[in-house]
Ligand binder design. Structure first.
Ligand SMILES: O=C(CO)[C@H](O)[C@H](O)COP(=O)(O)O
Ligand SMILES: [Fe+2]
Length: 221
C-alpha cells in the first residue's frame, strides 16, 4: 500500500526576524506537521522554546504540532506542552530510568488526549525499544546527536529505520517512524526507502524557497 510521506519542518531553523512570512510560506506548502524542538540546556547543550511560544504558533497555524522534548524531566515538561496544544509529544528514552517508566509516561500522555512518541539518540541500540513498540504512536530515530540543527546525517540510522519497519510488519504494530537530523532531498530519499513515514527537516527547508524544498522531500512510498 502506498502512503504519503509526512514532512515536518523544524522551527529550530526558522528565521525569527521573518516568522510571519516564513509561516505563510509553510502553510502554502505540502507540509502537514510543524516540528517543535524543546531543549532545556541540560539534556542537550542548547536552550530553545517554552510553552508560550507553542501557544503563539497555535494561533497562527493549524499544522499538526509535533513536539520533540529534549529535556531531563519529560514527565513534567510533556504535561506543560500538552496543556498548550501539542498534538504529539516525543520524549527521549535516555532521559528516563527504564523502559517500564517510559511505558508509564507514554500511557499518561495518551490519557491526556495527546499522541506519544519515543526517541533514541544515535548511540542507543534500537532494540531497547522492543517492549514499548506496542504502545507508542511514533518512534523518532535521531540521525544526529540532538541539540543543534545543521549537522550531517548519520548513515547507520538507515539500519535502525529498517529494523523498526520490519518489526512493525512482523508484529503488526501501528507506530509511525520519524527521522530527525541532516535530512535533505538525498538523505530523505534513503530514509523513505528504509521505511520512514515522517521526515523532520530544519536547515534544508528554511534555506531557500520553503515550498519547493518541502516538495523536493515529498514523494510516494
Ligand atoms: O531535534 C533537532 C536537533 O536536536 C532538530 O529537529 C534537527 O536538528 C533539525 O535540524 P536539521 O534538519 O538542520 O538537522
Ligand atoms: Fe527534533
Amino acid at each position: 500500500m502506498k502512503s504519503e510521506i509526512i514532512i515536518a519542518p523544524s522551527i529550530l531553523s526558522l528565521d525569527y526576524s521573518e516568522v510571519d512570512r516564513q509561516l505563510e510560506e509553510l502553510m502554502a506548502s505540502d507540509a502537514k506537521w510543524l516540528h517543535f524542538d524543546v531543549m532545556d540546556g541540560h539534556f542537550v547543550p542548547n536552550l530553545t522554546f517554552g510553552p508560550d511560544i507553542l501557544r503563539g504558533f497555535k494561533k497562527k497555524t493549524s499544522l499538526f504540532m509535533d513536539v520533540h522534548i529534549m529535556v531531563d524531566d519529560p514527565t513534567f515538561v510533556s504535561k506543560i506542552f500538552i496543556e498548550q496544544g501539542a498534538d504529539m509529544v516525543t520524549f527521549h528514552y535516555e532521559a528516563m530510568n527504564s523502559i517500564e517508566e517510559c511505558i508509564v509516561l507514554c500511557k499518561e500522555i495518551q490519557k491526556q488526549g495527546c499522541k506519544c512518541g519515543i526517541s533514541i539518540k544515535p548511540a542507543t541500540p534500537v532494540e531497547v525499544l522492543d517492549s514499548i513498540l506496542e504502545y507508542v504512536d511514533l518512534v523518532l530515530i535521531m540521525s544526529v546527536n540532538p541539540g543543534f540543527g545543521g549537522q550531517s546525517f548519520m548513515e547507520d540510522s538507515l539500519e535502525r529505520i529498517a529494523y523498526l519497519d520490519n518489526k512493525r510488519k512482523e508484529d503488526q504494530y501501528n507506530y509511525l517512524i520519524e527521522v530527525d537530523g541532516g535530512i535533505n532531498d538525498v538523505t530523505g530519499k534513503k530514509c523513505i526507502d528504509a521505511g520512514v513515514d515522517v521526515l523532520v527537516a530544519g536547515s534544508y527547508v528554511f534555506k531557500g524557497n520553503i515550498k519547493e524544498k518541502v516538495k523536493s522531500l515529498q514523494c510516494q512510498k
